[in-house]
Design a protein around this ligand. Structure first.
Ligand SMILES: Cc1cc2nc3c(=O)[nH]c(=O)nc-3n(C[C@H](O)[C@H](O)[C@H](O)COP(=O)(O)OP(=O)(O)OC[C@H]3O[C@@H](n4cnc5c(N)ncnc54)[C@H](O)[C@@H]3O)c2cc1C
Length: 299
């Protein structure tokens, strides 16, 4: 299949890109890594009049720590996140999640901003931002907005970004001391989008009692789903099989996933409970300093 015709525009700076988007309105689409947009174009599911290529905007790529947050530029390749020591040392939930995106070839081109802006509810990165209480920074010619995940992800493949806005960066707060995390998912084949995924964190006090937890799921709703009640119920408990079982049951009861050709709604509900239990157990173990994920070496 070939895409429908469009004007190709390659701005050389962020200002130029924002001016173009302001002038062109909803007739334009931006191109990042192309891993989701190009198939949509080729199947003629989207028909923009103008394609604004962000690949020349070096200022939108990069990973840095600022003010206690990890700041990731929208055009940062998923592979750069995978290879970042800062990410694996300080934001291990993100490091573990990014490795589960498709295949290395996809991650070489796919960007962090593209994955977040595409807002596929099965995608890993939106769930990580939701679990960690991260923020998404949107810029247009005239303003800047900073949104939380629950404000940014509004529906299936839909975000709060206006046609003249670009997602410019994601900000993830650091995890508190004695926090462990885990990202676990199940897909039918290696590299497929997961049926269900769970991002979990567990924070312990010095006596080993849970003082905080977050749980966010992929594949069980039109946006990443944050299981607040289940996470809250863990606070004050001593982590163990009973507490994790209870959290898994709460999550399975709370979610109402759609079924599709890959998995029924009932199976996804069941999976949400099982994977929550496992992710919490792994996160709690890691909070004690044991069972840390190993860093991926360059291949
Ligand atoms: C075979 C295959 C398997 C995959 N498996 C997975 C998987 O398991 N998990 C997963 O999460 N993803 C998976 N993906 C998708 C992949 O992660 C994509 O990289 C991602 O969805 C889109 O990122 P991109 O940089 O390629 O964006 P593009 O495809 O270029 O753009 C995607 C959308 O986002 C918009 N956009 C891009 N950047 C911005 C921005 N800065 N501001 C505003 N809008 C923007 C575009 O206009 C477009 O609408 C897979 C893709 C393929 C082809």
């Amino acid at each position: 299949m070939k895409p429908p015709p469009f004007d190709y525009l390659a701005p050389a700076s962020l200002d130029e890109a924002l001016t173009l988007l302001g002038d062109l309105g909803d007739g334009a689409k931006v191109l990042a890594g192309g891993q989701s947009l190009v198939p949509l174009l080729n199947f003629r599911l989207v028909r923009p009049q103008h394609l604004v290529d962000l690949n020349g905007l070096a200022e939108l790529a990069g990973i840095r720590e600022h003010d206690g947050h990890l700041v990731i530029g929208a055009m940062t390749r998923q592979r750069a996140v995978e290879m970042s020591e800062l990410v694996s040392d300080r934001w291990p939930l993100l490091a573990e999640a990014v490795l589960q995106i498709g295949h290395a070839q996809i991650r070489n081109r796919g960007t962090v901003g593209g994955s977040l802006a595409h807002a596929d509810p099965a995608a890993e990165l939106p769930a990580v931002v939701a679990a960690l209480g991260g923020e998404l920074v949107l810029k247009s010619r005239h303003r800047q907005r900073v949104l939380k995940a629950e404000q940014f992800f509004v529906a299936y493949l839909t975000t709060a970004a206006e046609p003249d806005e670009l997602l410019v960066e994601a900000r993830l707060p650091a995890m508190p001391p004695r926090t462990g995390s885990a990202f676990i998912e199940l897909s039918r084949r290696h590299g497929d989008f997961a049926l269900v995924g769970v991002a979990a964190t567990v924070t312990l006090d010095e006596a080993g009692v849970c003082t905080g937890s977050t749980i966010a799921l992929t594949g069980v709703g039109p946006t990443p789903v944050v299981a607040r009640d289940a996470a809250r119920a863990l606070v004050g408990a001593r982590p163990g099989p009973e507490a994790f079982e209870d959290a898994g049951r709460r999550v399975a009861e709370a979610v109402t996933p759609d079924g599709d050709l890959h998995a029924s709604s009932e199976y996804r509900k069941h999976l949400a409970g099982v994977l929550t239990r496992r992710a919490l157990a792994r996160a709690a173990e890691r909070a004690t300093g044991a069972g840390q994920p190993t860093r991926r070496e360059p291949r």
